[in-house]
Design a binder for this molecule. Sequence first.
Ligand SMILES: Cc1cc2nc3c(=O)[nH]c(=O)nc-3n(C[C@H](O)[C@H](O)[C@H](O)COP(=O)(O)O)c2cc1C
Length: 177
Amino acid sequence: MELNNAIFERRSIRKYKDQPVSEQQVREILWAASNAPSWTNSQPSRYFVAMDAARDAVAEMLPQFNKNNVINAPVLIVSCVKKGTSGYRKDGTAATHLDDGFLHFDNGLRVQNICLKALDMGLGTLIMGLYDEKAIREYFEIDDSLEIVCVLSVGVPADQPDARPRKSVDEIAVFKK
Ligand SMILES: Cc1cc2nc3c(=O)[nH]c(=O)nc-3n(C[C@H](O)[C@H](O)[C@H](O)COP(=O)(O)O)c2cc1C
């Protein structure tokens, strides 16, 4: 897919066809995630992939509106970050004023790769920031070294929503010459 089309055609997909996504497809998507840049190549993201019965279990850990959003999506990916791995010097001190902010910066770059790679494969995604953190942590036995960031649905889209409005470049950028 041409890059411009990928950037401008990606949407949050909240309606899915009742069609499968294979483990191999998910592996390709996560490999694309892995290829995003990160602080000193720290690669802080970790994933828990819920398919089949696990997918149904994790869907129950979403608030009702997100549960409705992912009906028929066969895959839910829990995106986590390994704490203390990004934005720090070797001696463990924060390298910038952002403290551990680059941890989530790095993860966000990976999430965008997930969304764009899935789109290129004819699949749709939804990033969900609202979920039952405690239930997901218990279900996958995620230890305290990891922070859960978001849940992503992956499936065959049944809808191509209109683009949401965006701020203009003049609203978000200052040019100084
Ligand atoms: C960090 C983050 C959390 C989000 N959480 C949710 C969510 O819990 N439920 C949902 O329906 N959409 C969620 N979204 C999707 C946004 O609403 C969506 O990206 C935004 O409205 C722009 O629409 P678009 O993705 O179609 O361009 C989230 C997006 C991001 C980046």
